[in-house]
Design a protein around this ligand. Structure first.
Ligand SMILES: Nc1ncnc2c1ncn2[C@@H]1O[C@H](COP(=O)(O)OP(=O)(O)OP(=O)(O)O)[C@@H](O)[C@H]1O
Ligand SMILES: [Mg+2]
Length: 455
């Protein structure tokens, strides 16, 4: 588990998210509390429940982004789900989010384990690749070989010394990338025989177990595919790492990681709070969802494909605009499980300017890099970006406030001509200035109705 201090966490988040310091502080504390808990003796450790968080704030101000970044930098399994999903017809059981989280945990741990065996796997994959290319040099796996008929020499049986030198010659060619474009046949496993057992509402568990049983009964079918050598190598790395990794161990580590470090992000929680748009039967199902959520948030055991997962120490971060409902409209039991509340502020033009320029992955950086692939160099003047920020705030005020997402639509509009023409302007270098921005936005600035559709 990550041992970043709250201050370090906040400064990491600062690299991607502008402002919202209260929310950053709060998630940083929640994260540190988990680490603190880990340091305690087991008796006490098990007693301490996570302090779940509700983030309140208008759309597009960074709620999801903060949670996602937090999970990423701490290496925690993270899964986001819209609470409203559970109110939809066709009843999705709320425990499914724990199963989804577990899948994410498995992938996370599997990737880490793969990284550990990478060097070995690469070596094995290279050998396996040479076996395919030169079946005679190491008689194995019949039925695989070159597709190029104009390469018959290697098929013949040759003296051993000769074979190994051919093998080394090929190895060298492969390492120099000279074989990348050639095609080979490779055996791949395709999962499942297309049997998918539909689960009935409320019986997802059973459906899942049956599916699992079926896939054990019919382990993936083998199929030969014709692929470029480069791709074959990637497939072989996958196959060789799978052989080197102990999946039981991965499942065990993932379960531990999910139980102790998992983060479930419950979006649109305000939409399942009661007391919205009068009474009606819809409220019943909203409250029903809250009641369903309760045991998962409070701590229960969920049956997953990889065994039982306890939810007691999973951190829940919920978010919502809360423009109509308030946290106190949630059922009391659920309120109690989300003791930490934080408000995110709506963003203004100064924030927008910073969002455009400061984050490592800022939009301006992204566009520059994208157009650079066409050898078109763009730069933005300070005034140009101030103009963008100014317009973003203006459009948010005058039409609908969609927060930082407004920057996406505006930037897309400003750069649409250049994006289209880029291949023809290869080699050019362009500075986007204030006038250019104004020109590109002219039609929408003049026509208020148009701006509603375009930006
Ligand atoms: N404070 C911020 N700093 C940097 N970028 C931001 C900020 N707020 C939002 N963004 C950008 O806007 C996008 C939308 O933000 P995010 O997904 O966090 O919105 P949200 O608050 O979860 O809104 P919603 O209620 O609609 O889910 C993000 O992808 C992010 O790039
Ligand atoms: Mg969101």
């Amino acid at each position: 588990m990550s041992n970043l201090t709250p201050r370090e966490i906040v400064s990491e988040l600062d690299k991607f998210i502008i402002g919202q310091s209260d929310a950053k502080r709060m998630v940083a504390i929640a994260m540190r509390n988990r680490w603190r808990r880990q340091q305690l003796p087991p008796e006490l450790r098990d007693e301490i429940a996570p302090k779940n968080i509700i983030m309140m704030g208008p759309t597009g101000v960074g709620k999801t982004e903060i949670a996602r970044r937090l999970a990423k930098l701490a290496g925690c399994p993270f899964f986001k789900v819209e609470a409203t999903k559970f109110t939809e017809v066709g009843y999705v059981d709320v425990e499914s989010m724990v199963r989804d989280l577990m899948e994410i945990g498995i992938n996370l741990v599997r990737k880490e384990e793969m990284e550990k065996v990478k060097v070995k796997a690469e070596k094995h994959a290279e050998d396996a690749l040479l076996d395919i290319l030169l079946p005679s040099s190491k008689p194995k796996q019949p039925g695989m070989g070159f597709f190029n008929a104009d390469e018959p020499a290697e098929q013949e049986v040759k003296p051993a010394a000769d074979q190994s030198s051919t093998r080394e010659k090929f190895r060298k060619m492969w390492r120099e990338g000279k074989l990348d474009e050639r095609e080979v046949e490779i055996e791949v496993t395709v999962q499942g025989g297309g049997v998918e057992i539909m689960s009935m509402p409320g019986m997802e568990d059973m459906g899942m177990q049956v599916n699992d049983m079926v896939s054990k009964m019919f382990p993936g079918k083998k199929k030969t595919r014709k692929v470029k050598i480069r791709e074959a190598y990637d497939i072989l790395i996958q196959q060789e790492s799978d052989k080197l990794i102990d999946m039981d161990n991965v499942a065990e580590l993932a379960r531990e990681r999910v139980e102790q470090g998992g983060i479930l992000f419950l979006d649109e929680i305000d939409k399942i709070a009661g007391n919205q748009e009068g009474g009606g039967s819809a409220n019943v199902s909203r409250e029903g969802v809250q009641r369903d959520l309760l045991p998962v948030v409070e701590g229960c055991v969920v049956n997953t494909k990889y065994g039982m997962v306890k939810t007691d120490h999973i951190l829940f971060i919920s978010a919502g605009a809360f423009s109509y409902a308030k946290p106190s409209d949630l059922i009391p039991e659920l309120q109690g499980r989300f003791p930490l509340r934080v408000e995110l502020t709506s963003l203004d033009k100064d924030d927008f300017y910073r969002i455009l320029t400061e984050p490592q992955n800022a939009l301006t950086v992204q566009y520059k890099a994208l157009l650079e692939t066409e050898k078109l160099t763009i730069d933005f003047s300070r005034e140009a970006l101030e103009e963008v920020a100014f317009n973003a705030q203006k459009f948010n005020d005058e039409t609908e406030n969609i927060g930082a997402r407004r920057l996406y639509t505006i930037m897309e509009k400003i750069l649409s001509d250049l994006s289209f023409e880029a291949p023809d302007r290869s080699g050019d270098s362009i500075v986007i200035d204030k006038v250019y921005v104004q020109e590109q936005l002219q039609d929408v600035i003049e026509d208020r109705d148009l701006s509603r559709y375009i930006l």
